[in-house]
Write a protein that binds this ligand. Structure first.
Ligand code: AMP
Length: 114
C-alpha cells in the first residue's frame, strides 16, 4: 500500500534497523523501544490487522512464530523470557494499520498490561 509506513519499510523505501528478512517477512528494531529488546516482525503482505486475516494467511502466521523462535535465540531472550504482542484496533492501542508482532524482552514485563 502506497501510504503504509510498514510497506515502505518492507520495500526498503524507509530505512530500518533490520534483524531479519525473507520473502514473506521483515523484522526490525522498534523506533521507540518499550523494553531492552523490542523488535517488530512484519509480514510483507499488507494485512491491516488480525480482523483481516484470512484462511490463506494461516501458513504465514505460523511462519511468523517460527521466525520469532529463531530471533529470540539470536537476541538471547529465549531462556529469560519475552512477550509477543499484537495490538488491535483503538482499545488495543494499534497505531500502524499493518499487521505486526511486537517481540519484547530483556526485562521483567508486568501483567496485566496497562
Ligand atoms: P502499534 O502501536 O502496535 O501499531 O505498534 C506500532 C509500532 O511501530 C510502535 O511501537 C512504533 O514505535 C513503531 N514504529 C513506528 N514507526 C516506526 C519506524 N519507522 N521504524 C520502527 N518502528 C516504528
Amino acid at each position: 500500500m502506497d501510504d503504509c509506513i510498514f510497506c515502505k519499510i518492507a520495500s526498503g523505501a524507509i530505512p530500518s534497523k533490520k534483524v531479519y528478512e525473507d520473502d514473506q517477512l521483515i523484522a526490525f528494531h522498534d523506533i521507540a523501544p518499550q523494553a531492552p529488546v523490542h523488535v517488530l516482525v512484519v509480514p510483507k503482505k499488507h494485512i491491516p490487522g488480525v480482523n483481516e486475516l484470512a484462511a490463506e494467511d494461516v501458513a504465514l502466521v505460523g511462519h511468523v512464530y517460527l521466525v520469532i523462535q529463531q530471533l529470540v535465540r539470536e537476541l538471547n531472550i529465549d531462556e529469560s523470557g519475552y512477550r509477543v504482542v499484537v495490538n488491535s484496533g483503538k482499545d488495543g492501542s494499534q497505531s500502524v494499520p499493518h499487521l505486526h508482532f511486537h517481540v519484547l524482552g530483556g526485562r521483567s514485563l508486568a501483567w496485566p498490561p496497562g
